[in-house]
Design a binder for this molecule. Structure first.
Ligand SMILES: [Zn+2]
Length: 398
């Protein structure tokens, strides 16, 4: 037992710093909003009426990670743990078969996002069957969250933050800093929802695609690292007596030039799977008439006008420019950290990452990549994919 305690303690110390957010709140909320635009008419009026709530609740899984110890592994799958050459040939798609092969504990340790998506989809189907509006809103939002996570390449690897390749901070750069900074350049006009005969297969396809992007995710950062000096590459900040480091805006600009298309592609793809799973759950529940759950039962004139404006902007890819994204409207600056940036970037110090007003006041949501002493001799593996919380994984001495 003693053996385990020390690394745990050290990990806790290291993790006492902020962590990256999966897609950040910004990305998750944007994915959820766009998913509403992709729904068929029979579902859209209902979802549009509840859109603000569904969008807001799409970050609930991250928000509860502090209080719910079972939450963290639901957001990722470290597929390369199982095999580096052929992970998708090694891991059974079905949960039961995967448990049989690797044990439930192992699956939990290396992440369960594909199966959590299926579980949440089943809960949503049941909520539709029960005509349970609160449940429909809640599970639609959470389904959107976990699907969003599955679209992020860094949610599929043990090197989830570039920590094993000396690229710590890559996670938050890719999924928070880039989308928040370049959203107006991204195209969000994804495909309309369609019924999925085999949702589990669709989910695994997404995980496999995400994994396929990993090479470029790391390599393109390495290329820039080779030509950009460390003092330009990083931004250092002080918070709560700790110094932390994240990639600078200069690095983000260079990285975006290289991988921005990939980030956009993943951000644009996610809503289509989200809306398709919503549609599939609804259809599997026997297509309940959603208007019977609405008062008034039909979209109001105002709702119709607003929605049609938004749909036009969505198709023209001007949602962000027109400030029509709920994630933008609710965003406000978090506490400004004490920047001790590189001299080069002093002139235009970056804004703190935007967080929604109602985001919990996480005490330690400073940028990622905290500088902390690495424990000697013990390999401490930390899990902190997203959200304001983190989960600790520890491994004994090598
Ligand atoms: Zn997440």
């Amino acid at each position: 037992m003693k053996k385990i305690l020390l690394p745990l303690l050290l990990a806790a110390l290291i993790l006492a710093h902020g962590t990256a957010g999966a897609w950040g709140f910004f990305g998750h909320r944007t994915i959820t909003q766009v998913a509403v635009y992709e729904l068929p008419a029979a579902m859209q009026a209902f979802y549009y009426r509840h859109m603000a709530e569904v969008v807001r609740l799409s970050t609930a899984p991250d928000e509860r990670r502090n209080s719910d110890p079972t939450e963290a592994p639901k957001h990722f799958i470290d597929i390369d743990h199982y095999s580096e050459e052929d992970p998708f040939g090694k891991v059974p798609r079905q949960y039961d078969k995967a448990v049989e092969k690797f044990s439930a504990d192992t699956l939990k340790k290396y992440g369960t996002v594909p199966w959590v998506i299926m579980e949440t989809k089943a809960s949503l189907t049941e909520a539709f069957r029960q005509r349970d509006t609160v449940g429909i809103v809640k599970y639609s939002a959470e389904l959107s969250h976990y699907v969003g996570d599955a679209f992020v390449p860094l949610h599929t690897t043990i090197n989830y933050d570039g920590q094993l390749t000396d690229q710590k901070g890559l996670h938050s750069l890719w999924e928070s800093q880039l989308p928040e900074r370049y959203i107006t350049e991204y195209k969000l006009d994804g495909e309309p929802a369609k019924y999925l005969k085999d949702p589990l297969a669709a989910v695994w396809t997404v995980v496999q695609q995400s994994y396929g992007f990993l090479g470029e995710t790391f390599d393109r950062a390495s290329k820039i690292e080779k030509v950009m000096k460390p003092d330009v590459r990083y931004t250092f900040s002080h918070k709560y007596g700790k110094t932390s480091r994240r990639y600078s805006d200069a690095f983000a600009d260079a990285y975006n030039k290289s991988v921005g298309g990939m980030v956009d592609y993943r951000l644009k793809g996610a809503p289509t799977l989200v809306s398709s799973l919503w549609l599939t759950a609804w259809q599997d529940a026997g297509k309940p008439d959603l208007s019977t759950m609405m008062t008034p039962a039909k979209a109001t004139k105002e709702e119709k006008e607003k929605l049609s404006t938004e749909l036009v902007a969505w198709k023209k890819n001007t949602l962000a420019q027109d400030q029509l994204l709920l994630a933008q409207q609710k965003a406000k600056k978090v506490e400004v950290v004490d920047e001790i940036k590189s001299a080069k970037d002093m002139a235009d110090a970056p804004d703190a990452p935007a967080e929604p007003a109602e985001a919990p006041a996480a005490p330690l949501e400073a940028p990622d990549s905290a500088i902390a002493p690495a424990p000697d001799k013990v390999k401490v593996k930390t899990k902190s994919k997203d959200g304001n919380t983190e989960k600790t994984k520890t491994k004994g001495p090598k």
